[in-house]
Design a protein around this ligand. Sequence first.
Ligand code: NAD
Length: 499
Amino acid sequence: MSTSQIALLASVQQFLDRQHGLYIDGAPCAAQSENRLTVWDPATGQAIATTADASPADVDRAVMSAWRAFVDRRWAGRTPADRERILLRFADLVEQHGEELAQLETLEQGKSIAISRAFEVGCTLNWMRYTAGLTTKISGRTLDVSIPFPQGARYQAWTKKEPVGVVAGIVPWNFPLMIGMWKVMPALAAGCSIVIKPSETTPLTLLRVAELASEAGIPDGVFNVVTGSGAVCGAALTSHPHIAKVSFTGSTATGKQIARAAADTLTGVTLELGGKNPAIVLKDADPAWVIEGLMTGSFLNQGQVCAASSRIYIEAPLFDTLVSGFEQAVKSLSVGPGMSPEAFINPLVSRAHCDKVQTFLDEATARNAELITGNRGPDGKGYYVSPTLVVNPDAALRLTREEVFGPVVNLVRVSDAEEALQLANDTEYGLTASVWTQNISRALEYTDRLQAGTVWVNSHTLIDANLPFGGMKQSGTGRDFGPDWLDGWCETKSVCVRY
Ligand code: NAD
């Protein structure tokens, strides 16, 4: 276990000590609701801050602020180049405050400070600058039409993209800043206003980033943050009559609730949901690449990654070699607090989630599954689960089909690649998958046949701002990222002119 921890910035402590409210109309403000929610440090189990538990009236205030900002066109009415410049300035401010944001994220979420720096801040900056660039690329088309009436009339027709309006962004706890910005940035690039709700478990970084947005010059009311429970605050936000689109990332169960509520008002939804993602390892794969790629693919952020590889199907000739390779790798992982840069495995996000992950392992143990475990966390404090390999689990175990969302991965021997493919696709999810082989023909065949929104060859969990991402089956609807990302945040208006 590693113990040396980085020193907290004074600005981080000052932020934690604040009486946090909501962020509405370009400034922090007190919530009407007097209920408070506690933010816990997963490494110690200690309370580090409290935030407002917004009521439906608070949510209404935030949505109406966003609505006013949208209808008076104080953001959408700026030129695309203006919006791009302000969004790039926003990215620069996030970069300047990168260490502060990374420390806050590790404190509230538990992940390694190295991952907070590299992903929550570093990757977020890539996405911010990519999306800022899309602002000046929004365009429609001119279209020849064949309208025959009145005889001899001539027409010019074109399409233009317009921002949809006020967006509700609902964010999970696994990458609070990065996923939050995957909602804020396309909304702002398209010219929308947004009200964003972080998870009640990890609300701090988005509250801080909203202040940087104002400092960058994003007009008041365009970017609002409400904190609170899913059942009250989240439900009030997603069902508000002035919301034009819901961008949701979270569990499949909550995504279905949101889709049902949206059906009543025909509100547009993008749903990025859960996964039970397979990796297929063919017998000619390079074992070193497999171990390196799937250790990260499975254990990054303690497996609390929607895209994580959690079922690894290995062709029989390579099975024993890989099981011993994974065992060695898992046992070498250091476990400790996120503020200790050398600890690769850190606590899970909350007591409740830690207990939930443990129930999967308890069931496996009770049914005599073969478990290979790595190091334990420090005794007595923190929400630790040891990294665990489950060798050839019985199909009846919950962890074979359900999303564990923890540091647990199944290693399954298959007689051939066809059996692997059949097992890989035998799931209600369809988020990501990977195939590991040195045979390019077989690799391409499996990219066709795997039912997933993203399929990697000889890698897993690597995403990019320019590559669309999203789920098939019950892993969601819609795609984020890529050159067409803003289409989901715009209406297409057709204009037809007789001349
Ligand atoms: P969750 O569904 O419990 O909560 C997500 C968010 O929804 C939270 O902000 C929560 O407060 C809110 N919420 C809950 N009930 C609501 C309701 N009725 N109306 C509106 N909002 C409501 O998910 P979680 O536990 O925070 O996150 C983990 C899940 O997220 C996993 O299933 C994971 O796979 C998924 N996830 C998916 C992706 C992806 O891109 N596909 C990315 C990250 C996480």
